[in-house]
Design a protein around this ligand. Structure first.
Ligand code: PLP
Ligand code: SF4
Length: 451
């Protein structure tokens, strides 16, 4: 069957570069090509299987045996949140888009024809939100294409070989890079340029490895990025963060892969060098906190003196209930993780399926926040990662008779914007910053004035 939905990199990389398979637990990935081999698939109706094939032709689709066997509650399918998290659903496409692809599949059209139709639909789905390509730093005339320096203290780094994931989230805002829309793919092979850039920018304290998922790399490969950074001993660099969903999709990465010990040794090496190491773990549902495997993995990571902070977008059909978040944050605190961010889903790809409006996002956030003790209230949100910055919805209020959203920047392209409350007209249906108007008859928001 079609294979064009796969990350182009996954075919380029030799097996050695990705996780060496463990002796104990055997991993198996499932994509459009082989998902029918999943035994539980026989429980699905033919309509549900068709939906996987149709929607999986437009968006990336990949899952694995840990997700299938240990996270999904198959008795609860099709409503199971982890099923929805990995398996394409019919409603993720508009009906007309769905029919175009479904017809082609029914006619047994060729791969090229299907891919062309899929590409047309992808372009309709705002593949490049938040103008990410505009924050690429330049060092001595060279663009650091594999990084993004948007907020003064932090630089994001996208190692070229960490641009895939153990499984793909159906809501992923980086989805275009997994379906071959490569023009904005952030990826950089060389660490040297990055080190030079950080050395020249004393304001940078945090280096964030992100992807895809940097933890798909073998330890040996990941070390080729980390070791030169440690060796450079950059005084102002205080923290290395690793953004990963491996704790959720592949916890075995941290204790039973052939190179798990080396990975934990590398974490130890980072913390012993005096840097703070923060694993920015992506979890979407309390189910992901419940397996023995994830608990073991968290324990092993914490032994290296790394901290684990957690973040997730708020998603309809997966976690749009305050109880779900409260339970997830409590489980995280219990396991020694620090709840960090609740994001509002970006307006791209499957957003019309997963999107939650701003008022509801605030209600879910505060509903959950009210249910947990102070130790879980380290979390911030709900926050939109928009072009000018990370904007938190503080709430809905009435000021001088006008109903407004109260907002503030948690991060801004201009650091002066951070922490100042500002106001937008209340709009019941608004789901993103671009749908908001300034309150009180102002012409524009304060951050739009002169920057
Ligand atoms: C979220 C984000 C960061 C990190 O911000 P913190 O508030 O320090 O966690 C850095 N760069 C970009 C582009 C981001 O979106
Ligand atoms: S783990 Fe992150 S980058 Fe990977 S598919 Fe999920 S949301 Fe996208």
């Amino acid at each position: 069957m079609q294979t064009f939905f796969e990350s182009p990199l996954s075919s380029v990389l030799s097996r050695d570069y990705l996780n060496p398979k463990s002796d104990g637990k055997h991993y198996q990935s499932f994509t459009l090509r082989n998902f029918r081999e999943i035994p539980q698939i026989s429980r699905l109706s033919s309509e549900q299987i068709e939906a996987i094939e149709v929607v999986g032709s437009v968006f990336p689709f990949k899952t694995n045996n840990y997700v299938v066997d240990e996270l999904i509650d198959w008795d609860n399918v099709p409503n199971d949140p982890v099923f929805i998290l990995n398996f394409p659903q019919k409603e993720m496409l508009a009906p007309d888009q769905y029919e175009i692809i479904a017809d082609l599949l029914r006619e047994k059209a060729g791969k090229d024809e299907i891919d062309q139709a899929a590409m047309k639909i992808r372009w309709e789905l705002n593949p490049h939100p938040a103008r990410q390509e505009s924050n690429i730093p330049v060092h001595k005339g060279s663009k650091l294409k594999g990084s993004q320096h948007k907020y003064r203290e932090t630089i994001l780094f996208f190692p070229s070989q960490g641009q895939t994931c153990h499984a793909y989230c159906t809501f992923c805002f980086r989805w275009p890079q997994f379906v071959g829309m490569n023009d904005i793919k952030f990826a950089m092979r060389e660490t040297r340029l990055l080190i030079n850039y950080i050395q020249d920018h004393p304001e940078i304290t945090d280096l964030i490895f992100t992807g895809g998922d940097p933890m798909v790399m073998s330890t040996k490969l990941f070390a080729t990025y980390i070791n030169p950074i440690l060796k450079a001993k950059i005084k102002h660099l205080k923290t290395i963060r690793i953004g990963t969903k491996a704790l959720s999709y592949c916890p075995y990465r941290f204790f039973s892969d052939n190179d798990s010990e080396e990975l934990l040794d590398l974490f130890n090496k980072i913390t012993r060098s005096g840097l703070h190491l923060s694993i920015m773990a992506h979890f979407n549902h309390p189910r992901e906190m419940e397996t023995d495997a994830v608990k073991d993995a968290i324990g092993r990571i914490k032994e290296t003196r790394a901290e684990i902070r957690t973040q997730s977008p708020l998603l309809k059909h997966i976690n749009d209930q305050p109880e779900v978040w409260a339970k997830m944050w409590q489980a995280q605190v219990e396991l020694g993780c620090i709840p960090y961010y609740m994001f509002i889903a970006r307006d791209t790809g499957t957003h019309q399926y997963f999107g939650v409006d701003l008022e509801e996002a605030w209600n879910v956030f505060r509903g959950a926040y009210q249910k947990v003790s102070g130790l879980a209230r380290t979390v911030r949100g709900p926050s939109m990662s928009a072009y000018p910055g990370k904007i938190q919805v503080l709430g809905v209020a009435e000021v001088c008779g006008e109903k407004v959203f109260v907002l503030q920047f948690l991060q801004g392209k201009n650091p002066d914007w951070v922490g100042k409350p500002f106001f937008a007209q209340y709009d019941k249906n608004a789901k993103w910053l671009n749908e908001l108007q300034p309150a009180f008859n102002e012409d524009c928001f304060f951050f739009e004035k002169n920057h």
